[in-house]
Design a binder for this molecule. Structure first.
Ligand SMILES: Cc1ncc(COP(=O)(O)OP(=O)(O)O)c(N)n1
Ligand SMILES: Cc1ncsc1CCOP(=O)(O)O
Ligand SMILES: [Mg+2]
Length: 207
């Protein structure tokens, strides 16, 4: 990966088969051609694949990322990182600890979710490569999401960490993505903005 992580996280598409009304591989291809800059394989929740079907889908999605020089990040599933030769792993506050995953993957990109100051205070931020901040706006995509924190949370994090790569997540769509960037984020992480779009190419370009 030649470009900086900040630039690579600019349009960060997250998805699993459970989010898709169409074939996930075709959807990722279309989004990749339209200009997404990173992808997170998040096969999780109602209807998600497990075991070898999950692995096989992950391989196909990874191929698309390789073809388009997109970052390929795995959500939660530590076991899949090496199996899928992923560029990195995203963990939240209730997942494997940052210290453990950094010990296991010294060279991989590690992203961490932070939703409030307490989580920041309790997290070894110096061990992670980027932060996922949110949910910024209301979302129905993640049923167990915390309460929306607003773009003020991006501003707070940017003030506290002037240089860390930072993406906003949660309820981000074409009409509010600019406000997240203006608050200090390097990128927007989106699921339904793209999976529910009737014109993926147009949506990605607008984002
Ligand atoms: C970029 C990014 N930011 C935040 C999250 C959410 O992670 P987490 O809180 O662990 O929730 P799940 O996605 O695992 O349900 C993310 N996945 N990506
Ligand atoms: C995974 C995740 N983490 C916080 S909100 C969220 C869901 C984001 O989905 P959407 O972009 O559809 O609101
Ligand atoms: Mg998680």
């Amino acid at each position: 990966m030649e470009q900086t992580l900040e630039k690579a996280l600019r349009i960060y598409f997250i998805m699993g088969s459970q989010n898709c009304k169409q074939d996930p591989v075709s959807l990722l291809k279309e989004a990749a051609k339209a200009g997404i800059t990173a992808f997170q394989f998040r096969e999780k929740g109602k209807g998600a694949l497990t075991g070898s079907p999950k692995l096989e889908l992950g391989k196909k999605l990874r191929e698309v990322c390789w073809e388009h020089q997109l970052l390929f990040i795995v959500n939660d599933d530590v076991e899949l990182v090496d199996k899928l030769e992923a560029d990195g792993l995203h963990v939240g506050q209730d997942d494997r600890s940052v210290q453990e995953v950094r010990d296991e993957f010294p060279e991989k990109i590690i992203g961490l979710s932070v939703s409030n100051s307490h989580e920041v205070d309790e997290s070894p931020i110096e061990l992670v490569d980027y932060l996922g901040a949110g949910p910024i706006f209301g979302t129905t995509t993640k049923p167990d999401a915390k309460k929306p924190v607003g773009i003020e949370w991006i501003q707070d994090l940017r003030e506290q960490f002037p240089t860390i790569p930072l993406v906003g997540i949660g309820g981000i769509h074409v009409d509010n993505a600019a406000s997240v960037m203006e608050a200090g984020a390097n990128g927007v992480a989106v699921i339904s903005a793209i999976t529910d779009s009737v014109n993926v190419t147009h949506t990605v370009r607008q984002l």
